[in-house]
Design a binder for this molecule. Structure first.
Ligand code: ZN
Length: 318
């Protein structure tokens, strides 16, 4: 019986908008000064994580999902459903939109669309995101895109550390410069670029845009999702619900001491964003620190937490 947490080794992605904060904040060994993303809990084919400990050490999360579905309570699906990333935007990301499941399957032949959410870990003062747009119908949206009326079309919001944004598929969005976020999303890598600030890449060319698909999948008019953050205590663990929706539930946990008898329900993803502590399963201790990412599999009946740490925690709702 697999009776311990599964620790994962992050996989890094270099991006033209990336920087060095992933090393500065989390002490990760990044590949270059243009490191934009750490894929921290991923079974996706474009960046699956390697397991660092236990009976499946050296295997990927993708292989664990394929061959050991009991770890995930027998959940159905061709791929591990969620993807947890940390992003560092030294520069602006392109303005983009993602399709839903149906469109991803029918048009792209992929398993999942992409609904995502962001927890702002840190940012420079005055940093902004783009979230939604001001067009009232598709014709207006299309015309404003065609005419490049970005200032009037796009809706910008200033962010601060601790902010949380739920970004359903079909939402126009962009992460602005100077922000580090933890993103919990469906396991998908389909992005339609609407606008890239007319930037030219190292090859001298502008990056490809996907205007037709963007127009098709964008929700018009924009709908602002309602977010109600609620807190409750379980012993020395404060749990804050950030979102509970169709694909995932995401929480912030703040531990100051001990919490016994937690259950994985049915398996749970933990990302340590601050501090240190330990997971205890049947008397055995598994230490963790800021920057660690682990899954408590469904085969663990209960576990305790001990320490002083903050975590972003998620469950699949499939
Ligand atoms: Zn996105």
């Amino acid at each position: 019986m697999y009776n311990e947490p599964i620790y994962l080794e992050p996989a890094f992605k270099e991006r033209l908008w990336g920087g060095t904060k992933l090393e500065e904040i989390f002490h990760y060994k990044i590949p270059s000064d243009y490191t934009g993303e750490a894929w921290c809990i991923s079974g996706h084919k474009n960046g699956p994580n390697t397991i660092k400990n236990g009976p499946l050490e050296g295997k990927t999360l993708r292989e664990a999902w394929d061959g050991h579905r009991e770890l995930f309570a027998g959940e159905e699906g061709e791929e591990f459903p969620l993807l947890v990333k940390i992003l560092d935007s030294k520069k602006d990301l392109s303005v983009q939109v993602h399709p839903d499941d149906t469109y991803a399957r029918e048009v792209e032949g992929e398993n999942y669309g992409k609904t995502e959410c962001w927890y702002v870990l840190d940012c420079e003062e005055g940093s902004e995101i783009i979230f939604g747009h001001h067009a009232s119908n598709k014709q207006e949206f299309e015309a404003m895109v065609a005419n490049g009326e970005w200032g009037d079309l796009l809706r910008t919001i200033e962010v601060k550390p601790g902010d949380f944004f739920y970004v359903p598929s079909g939402t126009i969005h962009a992460i602005g410069a100077g922000i580090q976020i933890l993103e919990t999303q469906q396991s998908s890598d389909i992005t339609y670029r609407v606008y890239d600030y007319d930037r030219v890449g190292q090859d001298g060319n502008k990056r490809e845009l996907h205007l037709d698909k963007s127009i098709e999948v964008t929700t018009v008019p924009h709908v602002d999702p309602e977010i109600e953050r609620t807190q409750f205590y379980q012993e020395d663990l404060r749990k804050e619900r950030l979102v509970e929706e169709k694909y995932f539930s995401v929480y912030r946990w703040d531990l100051e001491g001990e919490c016994k008898g937690l259950t994985p329900e049915p398996y749970v993803l933990l990302s340590v964003i601050d501090g240190t502590g330990e997971v205890i399963v049947e008397g055995r201790s598994y230490p963790f620190k800021k920057g660690d990412h682990l899954i408590i599999p469904a085969t663990v009946k209960t576990f305790d937490l001990k320490g002083n740490a903050s975590l972003i925690v998620s469950n699949s709702n499939k």
